[in-house]
Design a binder for this molecule. Structure first.
Ligand SMILES: [Fe+2]
Ligand SMILES: [Fe+2]
Length: 183
């Protein structure tokens, strides 16, 4: 008996999004390593935690696909793109990555709606809310950088931003505390 509850195209789209979340984690790891290398340990820490959150999103997709009786396809994760050119560029890239991901999430919402796959539509609403939060977080950071002077931010301004970000929560929990309900 066939117990697969996802259409072939929906399973393919969910698998692709799973890899996209892993890709976002790789991108943030590369930015975090770049920041740490430049001496911004606080900002690096923030992005290391955020990379972890993206891995949790990947797991949420993986578990959902399995839950619906479809096949999970683990594929190669694309390499992160170019390194940032400055702290300002780094956080602009961070924002752009989140916006691109929102576009991908919306596509999945639309696809599930058009298919009448209400279980997937419902599952995707969590990500709609999550992207709203992550875009807000990225916008707040860009606002702070703008006040600090953007590309012309002084060493002193970047120093205090780095200190602020060291402990800024971004809702990424420790791996052992994470569940699919609360990634
Ligand atoms: Fe994500
Ligand atoms: Fe994200």
């Amino acid at each position: 008996m066939n117990t697969n509850r996802l259409s072939a195209s929906m399973a393919a789209s969910l698998n692709a999004q799973m890899t996209k979340e892993a890709h976002a984690a790789q991108i943030y790891l590369s930015y975090a390593a770049w920041l740490d290398d430049k001496g911004y340990a606080g900002m690096a820490n923030f992005l290391f935690r955020h990379a972890h959150e993206e891995r949790n999103h990947m797991m949420k997709f993986l578990e959902y696909i399995l839950e619906r009786g479809a096949k999970v396809k683990i594929e190669a994760i694309p390499a992160p793109g170019e390194e940032p050119k400055s702290v300002n560029d780094c956080f602009e890239k961070f924002f752009q990555q989140e916006v691109d991901n929102t576009t991908a999430i919306y596509k999945l919402v639309k696809e599930s709606f058009e298919e009448g796959d209400w279980a997937t539509w419902h599952f995707m609403q969590w990500f709609v809310k999550e992207q709203l939060e992550e875009e807000t977080l990225a916008m707040d950071l860009l606002d702070k950088l703008k006040i600090a002077g953007g590309e012309k931010a002084s060493g002193e301004a970047l120093y205090s931003l780095d200190r602020d970000l060291k402990d800024k929560p971004d809702e990424a929990g420790l791996a052992e505390d994470v569940t699919t309900e609360n990634p």
